[in-house]
Design a protein around this ligand. Structure first.
Ligand code: CP
Length: 309
């Protein structure tokens, strides 16, 4: 079976297969309402989630299936010292596919070695969040197109798993990527190196500290939260908290066609006054999680599947 662990190995063809299927499903969800009747999806969330968990649950139920939810770490036998490897081996025996979110980078890769059913990485620490990337790409394709795209990716680029996954996947398309962050939260150097390698010497990557340097050139601005929970030291968090905030005044320098995205949850990066503007696509983005995850689950639970490696 296929696992979905990282976006690094998702080819352009893999992405297009999922997005095209998601568009078909979004146009006529009733056509797949019973398609996976009786199938069960295991939800293993070792970290908080609203969108990812509930949109996977919604997606599975809209395909006619159901979910088995481990619940919180505190209410599970993880508190008795059970390992992740044992937990996934047990729950795979109850279900047809597993969704795992875990605070440790690499957890999904490790867990996938112990199971035969498809395992979907719903976020591993500061590592990857590939299913978020698929809904991000779907939203970009709908709003700006994926070819000849200029995107700014801003905020916590160091610990931001949505950023890491998105940057890799976008490198398969004709994109210029501008990364905007405080110096202490720049993309990890190994990610920059990988992106250069992946782009085969094309120079589609630039790094900036100020949004003003590029805002007027952007088709899409992808804003992310500075993630307090990822900082080893609270004082380091306080130095950069609140540094990048978008409001209506900021957007006066943007193109009229700019699309503003955010994986959510937000804290104060985007003022609520932006929500009612033509720029805002972040709630639409969150809603796209359902058809995109329906498409992914449908492909994984059907013959053929979709591969990330
Ligand atoms: N975008 C995202 O992963 O949100 P949750 O943490 O609420 O799942």
């Amino acid at each position: 079976h296929d696992h979905v662990i990282t976006s690094k190995h998702l080819s352009r063809a893999d992405v297009e297969t999922v997005l095209d299927r998601a568009a078909e499903i979004a146009a006529d969800p009733s056509a797949v309402a019973d398609r996976h009747a009786g199938a069960l999806l295991g939800l293993l969330f070792f970290e908080p989630s609203t969108r990812t968990k509930l949109s996977f649950e919604t997606a599975m139920k809209r395909l006619g299936g159901d979910v088995v939810d481990m619940g919180s770490v505190e209410s599970s036998s993880v508190t008795k010292g059970e390992t992740l490897a044992d937990t996934v081996r047990v729950i795979e025996g109850y279900t047809d596919a597993l969704v795992l979110r875990h605070p440790k980078e690499g957890a999904a890769t490790m867990a996938s070695e112990f199971v035969d059913v498809p395992l979907l990485n719903a976020g591993d620490g500061a590592g990857q969040h590939p299913t978020q990337t698929l809904l991000d790409l779907y939203t970009i394709r709908e709003n700006a197109g994926l070819d000849d795209l200029t995107i700014g990716i801003m905020g916590d680029l160091k610990y931001g798993r949505t950023v890491h996954s998105l940057a890799y996947a976008l490198s398969n398309f004709d994109t210029r990527q501008h990364f905007i962050s405080p110096e202490s939260l720049q993309l990890p150097r190994e990610v920059v190196y990988d992106l250069h390698q992946q782009q085969g010497g094309r120079t589609g990557i630039r790094e900036h500290q100020r949004l003003e340097a590029v805002l007027g050139d952007l088709d899409v601005l992808y804003v992310t939260r500075i993630q307090r929970e990822r900082f080893p030291d609270e004082s380091e968090y306080r130095k950069v908290a609140g540094e990048y905030q978008i409001d209506r005044e900021t957007l006066e320098a943007a193109s009229d066609d700019l699309t503003v995205m955010h994986p959510l949850p937000r804290v104060d990066e985007i003022a609520p006054e932006v929500d009612d503007t033509e720029y805002a696509a972040y709630f639409e983005q969150a809603h796209n999680g359902v058809p995109v995850r329906m498409a992914l689950l449908d492909l994984l639970l059907s013959e053929g599947g979709v591969s990330d490696e």
